[in-house]
Design a protein around this ligand. Structure first.
Ligand code: NAD
Length: 474
């Protein structure tokens, strides 16, 4: 039977190290010159929200400015298992915790009379960051195989969480994240920022308001891989200085180091992700779910539709061509495929509408896009009702703003954990159909296939010691 895992060699992460680090964590906070501020509880609501960033790679370049633009928060700590180094999306791009710490210092330095600021701590171990009581919230911007463990640890530590999409690596991990948010009563925002796009919202409102008639088909597209990985016979490489590779692997299987495994490219390897099916699918299928009113549930049938994978022995293992079909209980069919750029298209009895991630909206009939919705139509929640420009960096900042407001109010933000979980589940199940190369039925309420044991065996994955199942316990 197909599985997610492949190569194994001899790295080991001992329980002793885990316990020692956890014990040391409580005293590990570097004295940072921050205003300690709990926004709920005893202190005034006007206090700043202290935020810690976990994961200082490619996407942190969008997340850091999206937080720093808001003056009622303070970024007080960053964390990455990599000190500093090149090799991310662009080969000469230098990222890691020291780079992120410098961005934060430079930002706040501009606001001080002295032009100096040193108040952002940098950690290699997220448990040390989480141990600090003055951190109210964390932004989790690490590869997908780490989302659940870090998010659940943060929730247990009483932090509110902004966690990048796709929510989780497996159905089981996502379900545990949902449980943890509700058990520990924290705020959780899924980092699928197109829910904060004015154009996406408008597209979804048109669909929900029946302007396309009855929807029968949804087509979602995901970008192709941006890189072709090393083929069979690839050779391991030496681990760069300042990079804790064993920690980076964490719960994933042991595997020899290669630069194309770790920095940004991990999204093409099934041990750490579900490929572009889930990477871009977490956006385009999220839009489908929102427009169809399917948040909190998923289709009931999934089928491979000709997905393609790299040759055996390649470093990259995720689909090079996404192609699956799904069917909702109400009969609507969803086709998810690779195309040159990601988009979502709704086809109904009265027309069609296509929205891309840049906010481009095309419709048939053409004048549908100019429709002014009335008070009787469906109006969806908005992160920023005054926002009209569909500019990516403003959308990102609005999505974070929506999170910070939720931290203050204690209410759910625009994309709570259950929504992130159902969208990620759709993508993960599509990927399972692609791997198994067949059709299966799915019970969204039970979160199991009623009759396919192979599918059910793929709903969780073994986790390497000491990052085992106890890290997911709620
Ligand atoms: N919302 C979006 O549009 C969008 C866009 C790109 C990426 N993302 C998401 O952001 C996340 C990160 O992606 P990326 O492109 O930045 O990847 P990346 O590889 O460029 O960066 C990830 C960073 O996390 C660090 N890291 C790994 N494990 C860690 C751990 N246990 N503790 C601390 N740091 C750890 C890595 O060293 C690396 O620096 C992914 O979940 C991805 O899906 C979202």
């Amino acid at each position: 039977m197909a599985t997610f895992s492949h190569t194994r060699t001899g790295h080991s992460h001992t329980r002793r190290r885990f316990l020692k680090t956890a014990a040391a964590a409580a005293g590990a906070w570097c004295a940072a010159t921050v205003v300690p501020a709990r926004v709920r509880g005893a202190t005034a609501p006007s206090n700043r929200i202290n935020v810690g960033l976990i994961g200082c790679g490619h996407q942190s370049q969008r997340i850091v400015p999206s937080f720093l633009v808001h003056t009622d928060m303070q970024m007080v700590a960053v964390c990455d298992v990599r000190r500093c180094g090149v090799g991310y999306y662009y080969p000469d791009q230098v990222l890691g915790r020291e780079t992120a710490q410098r961005w934060v210092h430079d930002h706040y330095a501009q606001q001080t009379g002295s032009g100096r600021y040193q108040g952002c701590a940098a950690y290699a171990d997220f448990r040390e960051l989480l141990a600090h009581p003055d951190i109210d919230a964390v932004a989790i911007v690490v590869p997908d195989h780490w989302h659940a463990l870090i998010a659940i640890a943060a929730l247990r530590a009483g932090k509110d969480v902004y966690c990048e999409k796709p929510l989780a690596l497996t159905i089981n991990q996502g379900r545990q994240m949902v449980k943890a948010v509700r058990r520990y009563q924290r705020v959780f925002q899924t980092g699928a920022q197109f829910r904060s796009s004015p154009n996406v919202r408008r597209a979804c409102e048109l669909v929900r308001s029946g302007r396309l008639g009855q929807i029968h088909t949804v087509r979602t597209w995901v970008d192709p891989n941006s890189f072709e990985g090393p083929g069979p016979g690839w050779q391991p490489m030496p681990v760069p200085d300042g990079f804790d590779y064993d920690f980076w692997l964490g719960p994933a299987p042991d595997a020899p180091y290669h630069v194309e495994r770790c920095f940004h490219r991990w999204r093409y390897i099934l041990d750490y992700s579900n490929g572009q099916t889930c990477n871009f699918g977490a956006h385009t299928n999220d839009i489908a779910q929102w427009a169809l009113g399917m948040d909190g549930t998923t289709p009931v049938e999934f089928e491979d539709n000709g997905a393609e994978f790299p040759p055996d022995g390649s470093l990259f293992t995720a689909a090079t061509r996404t192609a699956f079909r799904a069917r909702y209980a109400n009969g609507i069919e969803l086709f998810c495929e690779t195309r040159s750029s990601s988009a979502t298209r709704f086809e109904g009895t009265a027309g069609w509408l296509e929205i891309d991630l840049g906010g481009g909206l095309r419709t048939y009939p053409e004048n549908l896009s100019g429709t002014v919705l009335g008070p009787q139509d469906v109006h969806l929640p908005s992160s920023n009702p005054t926002r009209e420009e569909n500019v990516r960096k403003l959308i990102d900042a609005d999505h974070v703003r929506n999170f910070l407001d939720a931290v203050k109010s204690g209410q759910d933000p625009i994309e709570p954990v259950e929504v992130g979980h159902s969208t990620a589940s759709l993508c993960i199940l599509g990927n399972i159909a692609q791997i198994l190369k067949r059709k299966f039925t799915w019970d969204p309420a039970a979160e199991r296939s009623p009759d396919d044991a192979d599918v059910n065996a793929m709903l969780s994955r073994p986790m390497r010691d000491p990052w085992g199942a106890e890290g997911l316990e709620v």
